[in-house]
Design a binder for this molecule. Structure first.
Ligand code: DGL
Length: 289
């Protein structure tokens, strides 16, 4: 008990001197984005929060996703994060706008919360020759219409076809994504997407969990179709953002430290997280219920 107290006291002291970049996801998926962000911007401190106790977000209502996301954003602010990346398409689609427009001005207008849909939509036009793009995402992201709207803003000539894949996150989170059981659901949704048009030449994995299914998806799409994950895109966009917002960049501490928090069991998190992050993870628990 004394050791526990000492550790949390030491941790509190470390956190007090830190202003890490916060990275948030409903569960593990955001780790695929954090991995790419760290590869590109290794010097910054990062604090990852996975809301594993309440995942998946993809099938939940706007109000619920907003409430959960706001709670997680507030917690990350309390830990000193000057900048937070919602590394979750569902949270970016359903909560980001309200947080940016309503909550941030009240909380602290100097802090920033960014999502993953805009940076991805900004460059998508460079990745298609036929100007027909397929989007695979959670039900929540598809129903929000966020990709249709955002891509339209940057590339009005591009046609977007969407397919919701509600079984993919549970398959991944339960470690079934590599087995033959995944084939049925992967094929079902690839067929559902490609049956909407013959002209699609690029498919976006618009859920941060889906890179784990990338090899399996590749088996079911014709070779001329390019499959794109968004981690590297988000990392490049963050790099550019920090270069354009020097004051904010200087506020973030840069000692290469990484902290991982989950709202569920740390044992389960540490076991699974390595698959998404590419290296071992040692997490701590936070209760946000
Ligand atoms: N990883 C999240 C995304 O990018 C969704 C996972 C979930 O449904 O909770 O949309």
């Amino acid at each position: 008990m004394f050791t526990g107290f000492f550790l949390s006291y030491t941790h509190a002291i470390i956190m007090e001197s830190m202003r890490p970049i916060g990275v948030f996801d409903s569960g593990y998926g955001g780790l695929t984005v954090l991995k790419e962000i760290i590869a590109r911007l290794p010097r910054y401190d990062y604090l990852y929060l996975g809301d594993n106790a309440r995942t998946p977000y993809g099938t939940r209502s706007f109000e619920t996703v907003y409430q959960y996301t706001l709670q997680c954003v507030q917690w990350l602010f309390d830990q000193g994060c000057p900048l937070i990346i919602l590394a979750c398409n569902t949270a970016s689609a359903k909560a980001l706008r309200t947080i940016q427009q309503v909550d941030l001005p009240k909380e602290d207008p100097a802090r920033r919360v960014l999502g993953v849909i805009r940076p991805t939509s900004e460059i998508i036009g460079q990745l298609t020759r036929t100007k027909q793009v397929g989007v695979l995402a959670t039900t929540g992201t598809v129903q929000s219409g966020s990709y249709l709207l955002e891509i339209q803003k940057f590339f009005p000539g591009i046609k977007v076809f969407q397919e919701a894949c509600p079984m993919w996150v549970p398959l991944i989170e339960n470690g079934e994504h590599r087995g033959p059981g995944a084939d049925y659901f992967v094929k079902k949704h690839i067929d559902g997407l490609l049956s909407q048009s013959d002209g699609i030449d690029m498919i976006l994995l618009a859920c941060t969990h889906y890179p784990l299914l990338q090899n399996k998806i590749q088996e079911f799409i014709p070779p001329h179709i390019q499959l794109v994950a968004q981690g590297a895109i988000v990392a490049a966009s963050l790099d550019d953002y920090l270069q354009r917002h020097v004051d904010l960049a200087q506020t973030c501490t840069q000692e290469g430290r990484r902290f991982f928090y989950t709202t569920d069991s740390t044992e389960g998190f540490d076991k699974q997280a390595g698959l998404f992050f590419g290296q071992a993870v040692n997490s701590a628990h936070v209760s946000l219920q």
